[in-house]
Ligand binder design. Structure first.
Ligand code: ZN
Length: 570
């Protein structure tokens, strides 16, 4: 049995994500996980919330809550919405878990013992009023470039110039507003990534068939300018994983935490421990340790392109640098951006559709289908309401939904609510089976390579074959002259509904389940042999006519939604 470890980039904790975030990692990862489970493979599919760092502290402060409490609440919110989208994580963990604390501190100790970590003394803004060092984003002031008065320490939102906090005119603390800031010396830890440049480059060169998007971003970071740089892995923050060597104190590092970019990917491993500790699994090491059974695991990561550097270089540097036998990623599937209706999604301006809002207006499958069939793979793609309406109405309502509805209703009217008996298949049906087989094999090939849009296109083509067959065979006409032949055609068509439910489930799991329920079958075995699969429901097998599987989106709804999601969410 093939074994697939699948992770989605972990979403940041501070708020509800928009559909562009969803299609950039969690949703295609879910598609891939569901597909491999449907094929009978052993799958461990993990995701978590990324909870540390300054934005979490700031969001908690804004919400007037202690940061730990804020994160716990937002984790529940994100978990509930993920469930609403039918994201089938085996575990949805938290980067703030005790498991991740221990594992991150373990990696830091091992890396330090192997000379992979160096201490650097830097000067940093200190606020005596607040009694702490201030990270860049905790400092605001006037932009030296454009005069904007609320420029952040790392960047001016008005002119987009990247800034160093010392460049700000009249800098002040975001926490207290204090202006008596001082530059003070402080010590930080750096991961010596630069010494691993060759090892990382060699490793990337041995990765076969990685998407060009992934490899080109990695190579750029490895080689552009001065090449791969050492990177700070500690911060002066309260909220985070305390800097320790394993369970031992780290002299001079009191009050500091690990930088979120260091601990977040380690959560992929810690999440598997959480999965076991939650009683859902029994052995996480056979997924993650190549010396403990993980050598036959295929590990695929899904992420937006902005996350590629951390997954091709940062996290592998941690794993390779440790010298321990951890499983490294086999395939990195990265995505471009989904834009929204002539611009970008904007969390701050509430522009675009957010995951919670999407589920308020339509069931998950409508969104899953559109997003996956338009996934931004080779280039950025764009969500427009016109395209969404057309795609849902055509693909889901007119093609798939209509097929199931026509076939079951016609059968009920002429033969009753059971699979009709009699008649036999002819050359037209042989051709249909051959065509379906070709489309399904094509679908499998694309799915195996995580080619999302091509998989959707092959699936849609398989659905279209059903409607073409109905048009061509016209059982409602055949029935008048040769009821036996019509019975054979409808028997085949009813079996096609089951086959469609099985192969479509990774994309539209709720609709697939609805169709199987209507057909009163639990047989969701994969159609390795399509001809045999189309005989699963025998003559005499009872069924129900399903309720409407997919309804159409009206022009009024489209216009209404277009206005509603144009921007200004609180
Ligand atoms: Zn500026």
């Amino acid at each position: 049995m093939a074994r697939h470890l699948i992770t989605s980039a972990i979403p940041y904790i501070n708020g509800i994500k928009h559909l562009g975030n969803l299609v950039g990692s969690q949703l295609p990862a879910d598609l891939f996980a569901r597909y491999h489970r449907a094929r009978g493979d052993e799958v461990l599919f993990l995701c978590a919330t990324d909870e540390h760092g300054t934005p979490a502290e700031l969001a908690a402060a804004k919400a007037g809550k202690p940061v730990a409490e804020y994160c716990a609440e937002m984790h529940e919110v994100q978990a509930r919405i993920a469930d609403g989208f039918r994201l089938s994580f085996d575990h949805f963990g938290r980067s703030s878990s005790p498991q991740n604390h221990a594992l991150t501190q373990h990696f830091a100790r091992v890396l330090a013992e192997r000379g992979m970590i160096r201490e650097v003394t830097e000067t940093q803004m200190y606020s005596p009023t607040d009694g702490r060092f201030l990270p860049d984003r905790y400092i605001e002031g006037t932009c030296p470039n454009c005069g904007f008065e609320d420029a952040r320490g790392d960047q001016c939102d008005n002119c987009t110039k990247q800034l160093d906090p010392v460049e700000l005119i009249n800098p002040r603390s975001v926490i207290s507003g204090a202006t008596d800031l001082q530059m003070r010396e402080t010590k930080h830890l750096y991961l010596c990534q630069s010494t691993m440049k060759e090892q990382l480059e060699q490793w990337i060169d041995t990765r076969e068939g990685w998407p060009i998007l992934t490899t080109s971003i990695a190579k750029k970071w490895l080689n552009d300018g001065d090449g791969l740089q050492d990177r700070g892995i500690t911060r002066d923050l309260d909220w985070g994983i305390p800097v320790k060597k394993g369970d031992q104190d780290w002299p001079g590092m009191d009050g500091k935490v690990f930088y979120v970019w260091f601990d977040a990917p380690i959560e992929y491993i810690a999440c598997a421990q959480e999965w076991v500790d939650a009683g859902k699994g029994t052995d996480w090491q056979r997924w993650w340790r190549t010396d403990k059974g993980a050598s036959d695991v295929t590990y695929t990561q899904f992420m937006g392109k902005d996350n590629v550097p951390f997954h091709t270089l940062g996290f592998p540097a941690t794993i390779l640098g440790s010298g321990e036998p951890w499983k490294l990623v086999d395939y990195i599937k990265s995505f471009n951006y989904l834009n929204y209706d002539g611009g970008q999604f904007s969390t701050s301006r509430g522009r675009g559709v957010f995951m919670d809002q999407a589920l308020e207006i339509l069931p998950a499958d409508y969104w899953r289908w559109w997003l996956l069939s338009h996934a931004p793979e080779s280039s950025d793609s764009e969500f427009t309401w016109e395209n969404f309406q057309t795609s849902v109405n055509k693909d889901l309502a007119d093609v798939l939904g209509n097929f199931a509805s026509r076939v079951t209703k016609f059968c009920r009217a002429k033969f009753g609510e059971q699979v009709p008996t009699g008649g036999s298949l002819g050359p037209r049906e042989d051709q249909l089976i051959a065509d379906l087989t070709a489309r399904i094999r094509e679908y499998e090939t694309h799915m195996a390579h995580a080619e999302v849009r091509k998989s959707a296109a092959a699936l849609r083509a398989a659905w279209v074959l059903g409607n073409e067959y109905l048009q061509d065979a016209a059982p409602w006409t055949t029935f008048k002259t040769d009821p036996e032949a019509a019975a054979a055609q409808i028997r085949l068509a009813l079996n096609m509904i089951r086959l469609y439910a099985v192969i479509s489930a990774p994309f539209i799991p709720d609709a697939a389940a609805q169709l199987l329920t209507a057909l009163k079958t639990t047989d969701d075995s994969w159609p390795d042999d399509v001809a045999a699969a189309l005989q699963t429901l025998p003559a005499g097998h009872a069924f129900d006519v399903p309720d409407v599987t997919f309804r159409k989106i009206t022009d009024e709804e489209r216009t209404d939604w277009q206005t509603r999601f144009a921007g200004k969410r609180d």
